[in-house]
Design a protein around this ligand. Sequence first.
Ligand SMILES: Cc1cc2nc3c(=O)[nH]c(=O)nc-3n(C[C@H](O)[C@H](O)[C@H](O)COP(=O)(O)OP(=O)(O)OC[C@H]3O[C@@H](n4cnc5c(N)ncnc54)[C@H](O)[C@@H]3O)c2cc1C
Length: 435
Amino acid sequence: MAIEIPATRIVRRETGAAKRLYADLCVLGSGISGISAALEAAELGRRVVLVDSGPQLGGQSTGAIIGTFCGLYANGPNPRLVTHGIADALLRDLKASGDAFDKVSARNTVIVMYRVTALQRWIEEAVRRAGISVVLGANLTNVRHDGRRLTAVELATRYGTLELEATGFVDASGDAALAWNAGLACRETEVPVYGTIMCTLEGADHDALNALGLQAIHKRLEETAEHYGLVRHDGFVFAPPPGAQQGGDEVLVNMTHIETPMDAIGMSRTLLNGRAQVDRLLGFLRAEFPKVFAAARVRAYGLPGIRQTRSIVGAYQLTLDDVRSEKRFADTIARCSWPVEFHDRPEGVYWEQFGDSHMHYVPLRSLVHADADNLVATGRCIDADPLALSSVRVMGPCIAMGAAAAHALDLAGSGSAHQIDVGALQNRLKANLEN
Ligand SMILES: Cc1cc2nc3c(=O)[nH]c(=O)nc-3n(C[C@H](O)[C@H](O)[C@H](O)COP(=O)(O)OP(=O)(O)OC[C@H]3O[C@@H](n4cnc5c(N)ncnc54)[C@H](O)[C@@H]3O)c2cc1C
């Protein structure tokens, strides 16, 4: 039987009119810091629009297969959780379903491994339940401002253009995209900071991997990297602990280094070359450690993992000295004790590890753009020198900074984030600052 389904003939009209949206808070970037900011603001009853150029939420925490929360715990033999907020619910839920587990880290602390698909769904459900409006696949094309206030962003999507007016703006883009497109001052490191294409492997022998140890892999990498065309000589291969219910047959690999230039052609090349690097790495692992990797295959390749690119010029730049000296600021809003982890060389990483009682802090002024009243950055585009940022950009402090950004703009209302009652802010963030 023939079925006739009519289709209307249409022609694009040159109306030029963009679809308009209004919000109390516009969050640009749905990585873990933007998710934290959006959920905290929604909890405060604010109308939130969360924008991302990617096709789904989560930024690098999901798309780049980061796979491990670092910087949530203090150091030492029995480290305590130092960041709460969304971290509490997230850890509770993922651990309850067997999708996250603590791992004692060689870095003198506890890290939390998670299954990426579970975090993806946790984020999606949390955002959906919070009633946050989401705009995915939306690239920022322009930022409008009136003096020191940002007023609206213009977005290009495959379905047409959007204009979003808001009272406050969180730059959680990792690249300071809001500040940059508003024509505000930004910073870029003068040397490349290497990123990584992560991957997960299936079919590796976990017992043999545990018996082998990472040092043996690093040693062999140093001796043979050139032969296999490999760039990096260190990194990690993490297996979930024995008995882990989920992801128990998977290992997480972070052993490549890629350049992450701020241009579309360069980044596209990086994706292709980086994934070829992953394949060569697997060739090396199979050939050199057949007992562990003979049957291993790539289960998933991450999107390019970008560590550090462009940041805002804040009212204060956090420095390596501040980190080393554990400087506590009058406007402290986040803390962590994760090491300095600077990926400044193709072959390796500069690590500076801290003692059991060490804690360093992030001031609100490093999040607030020096030349704007309602623009607060969070995550990897806050103002910190490259070595200081290499510590505070891990996901624990990213969650804490996201919360701080949301509360700072909530307190600022239609006023300035430079002039809020810092005591009131710290009172709201007490769990992330005390004990
Ligand atoms: C390879 C690698 C391994 C790491 N390992 C760990 C680890 O084990 N544990 C840990 O805690 N941390 C780790 N980190 C650090 C940590 O993952 C990141 O620093 C953190 O996830 C950054 O979160 P974010 O929210 O600041 O930004 P991102 O996750 O980068 O999110 C930024 C979002 O903004 C969007 N965006 C950017 N520009 C625009 C634009 N112009 N328009 C619209 N949207 C835009 C992007 O699409 C993206 O979704 C690692 C980082 C890398 C790169």
